[in-house]
Design a protein around this ligand. Structure first.
Ligand SMILES: Nc1ncnc2c1ncn2[C@@H]1O[C@H](COP(=O)(O)OP(=O)(O)OP(=O)(O)O)[C@@H](O)[C@H]1O
Ligand SMILES: [Mg+2]
Length: 610
């Protein structure tokens, strides 16, 4: 299966709204958590509160209608002032109470539901985050920086949005329409309900269609926004290059051009919104007027009272108020559903490297490594390793050398099981690494990668990352063994020095020694050292060499070496070229042979002499 780029979840956008709504059922286990009965009660109570609030809101206009009717009666009957006030007051109070109860009930659901919503968000976010760490290296290398974290962030935000709008805004409004329709039918006749429902349905259809039409303007706007932003960032990242070529004006002009395109799109988006608003308003008022005409006719015919006209107007305007934001809500709900689906797609992504069902703990490791006839490809169309076989006895140091791209670092990634191989087998102490758990395998191996990346934290934190429970003394001992302690101790803040993003505030050599120190603290049976390709000055090189040989002591060590001078004492040297081991033996034997190794050796000797 080819790895999917995390930014390519277009399938999510092609789905119809209905399909997406159906997919919402995946949220159910989170809002209705099996392990938390009290949260189920909360969710149920929240729904009940919202449903009741809609009954109150529909009831309110009838009371104010009665109040108005009482005023009329009082005027025409000439009843006592006190009596009239009492009756009118009662109806007005009842109206106020209905409105208040409606708001109170609908807001009260926050108290009961907020923890449910938060728990749902937290659980999904954590689960997705954990899942990301399960996915293979291949998957992570294919991602765009920040793309994955954005999927989580948006997915989680979308849940909040869906609750707020779908469950507690749009949903209740439709419920209100049904209740109001029923009330109109019972109190007056079905024609009123028919007009109310008809107009709302037309209103919704109009909003959906025009919002879809507006979407292309918004997309354009967003695209332009991203573009201008990307241009600004790229330009500032290349600050020095811009100066080298005296190109500030050009950069500003490019940025301005992007901003101009954005402005155009934004204007179109705004004006199209105005068009939609006018249309919505027209529909709404047509509805109210149609009902007024009908009511007026009934009043003249004597079957209805003028107070009923009052009730109907209020009932309808209450119904329309939440529909005001329907266009916005529709767009955001759609977006939220897409974001949510992206997150669920991420959750459904199968980890590439998985523990076998029978996988056990690797136990205590002696350190014998065997590669037997290993074939490997990162992508199916390009094989990288061809029948690689070698053995490192426990305690031995095996060095791998060869031109760039030969597949040296690939060997270490395979041993660490970042990838599974296509053919052959890799064994540790005679056990195939696919028969043990990844976690126990990785606990047995220490890796100092070619390009060390550090956490943006203190040096101490980065070293202790290997064993968070390590004491300061142990951390310092590891640093001493990696020959970096004196350097750290000489810094003004010592072990509390921040290393900067990805460790950029340290030099390449310092960073690598920090990486060696943290691997020493891990104290693994097997050590993989992937030498940095970048040339270090000879003093640093000697220090690193010292650190490396002390690290290798008593462990099986696989060294990927670029400077041949560093591996003359290795028990076995493998010379790789284009994914094959082309020569093997000790330093002396290989020199004597006069092949590729001897050639590389002589060339490096010349370079160093030069
Ligand atoms: N993630 C990847 N996806 C696809 N191809 C890859 C990937 N990583 C490495 N390769 C390819 O595999 C080949 C071997 O890469 P590898 O990193 O093992 O080389 P190397 O011997 O360590 O080189 P260097 O000395 O430059 O570190 C290279 O041709 C490289 O382009
Ligand atoms: Mg490499």
């Amino acid at each position: 299966m080819p790895p999917r780029h995390p930014d390519q979840f277009d399938a999510a956008e092609e789905r119809t709204l209905f399909e997406q709504l159906v997919a919402l059922r995946k949220l159910l286990p989170y809002v209705w958590p099996a392990d938390k009965p009290s949260y189920k009660v909360r969710a149920a109570v929240a729904i009940a509160l919202v449903v009741s609030s809609q009954f109150f809101i529909v009831a309110a206009p009838f009371f104010i209608g009665e109040a108005q009717g009482s005023v009329q009666d009082a005027v025409s009957d000439g009843s006592a002032f006190g009596d009239a006030v009492a009756i009118i007051g009662f109806f007005l109070l009842a109206y106020g109470a209905m409105r208040l109860l409606s708001t109170a009930f609908s807001e009260a659901r926050e108290y009961v539901f907020a923890p449910v919503a938060q728990l749902a968000q937290r659980r999904i976010a954590t689960q997705t985050f954990a899942h990301l760490h399960q996915l293979g290296l291949r998957y992570h290398l294919a991602k765009r920086t920040g793309g994955l974290s954005r999927i989580i962030e948006r997915g989680v935000r979308s849940i909040d949005f869906l609750f707020r709008f779908l469950l507690f805004n749009i949903g209740p409004t439709f419920l209100q329409l049904i209740i109001a329709g029923a009330a109109l039918t019972v109190a007056y006749d079905a024609w009123f309900a028919l007009i109310a429902v008809g107009i709302v349905v037309t209103y919704v259809a109009f909003t959906v269609v025009t919002t879809e039409w507006r979407l292309k303007f918004r997309r354009e706007m967003n695209k332009r926004d991203t573009e201008s932003w990307a241009r600004a960032v790229d330009s500032l990242l290349n600050y020095e290059t811009v100066k080298y070529f005296d190109a500030e004006e050009r950069e500003v002009a490019r940025y301005d051009a992007a901003m101009e395109a954005y402005a155009k799109a934004a204007v179109r988006s705004r004006t199209s919104l105005a068009t939609v608003n006018i249309g919505q308003n027209f529909l709404m008022n047509t509805g109210i007027i149609a009902m007024m005409i009908l009511a007026a006719e009934r009043v003249l015919g004597g079957s209805m009272d003028t107070k009923d006209m009052f009730t109907i107007t209020l009932l309808m305007s209450q119904l329309y108020r939440p529909l005001n934001i329907l266009g916005f809500a529709y767009r955001e709900i759609k977006q939220s559903l897409t974001d949510l689906e992206r997150m669920f797609t991420l959750l459904d992504e199968e980890p590439e490297v998985r523990d076998a069902a029978h996988a056990g703990d690797i136990g205590s490791v002696q350190g014998r490594i065997e590669f037997e006839d290993v074939d490997f490809a990162y992508d199916d169309d390009r094989q990288i390793l061809h029948g690689v076989s070698f053995t490192a006895e426990d305690g031995q140091t095996v060095a791998v050398v060869g031109p760039t791209g030969a597949g040296k670092s690939t060997l270490s990634r395979i041993l660490y099981r970042f990838y599974d191989i296509a053919g052959g087998s890799v064994r540790i102490d005679g056990r195939d690494i696919r028969d043990v758990t990844q976690s126990s395998l990785r606990a047995a191996i220490g890796m100092v990668p070619q390009d060390t990346v550090l956490f943006n934290d203190t040096i101490g934190y980065n070293i202790a990352y290997a064993r968070p429970d390590a004491s300061q003394a142990e951390i310092e001992q590891a640093a001493r063994d990696a020959q970096i302690h004196d350097f750290i101790a000489g810094l003004p803040k010592g072990y509390d020095t921040m290393v900067g993003e990805r460790g950029l505030k340290l030099s390449g050599g310092e960073k690598q020694r920090v990486a060696i120190a943290r691997t020493l603290l891990k104290d693994p049976a097997i050590l993989i050292l992937d030498e940095a390709t970048s040339a270090l000055d000879s003093a640093t090189e000697v220090e690193i060499q010292g650190a490396l040989s002390s690290a290798a002591k008593g462990r099986t060590t696989l060294v990927v070496a670029h400077r041949l001078s560093t591996i003359q004492d290795a028990d076995l040297i493998l010379v790789m070229e284009e994914g094959r081991i082309v020569e093997r033996g000790t330093h002396e034997a290989l020199l004597e042979r006069g092949g590729l190794y001897a050639e590389l050796w002589n060339r490096q000797g010349e370079l160093e002499a030069a």
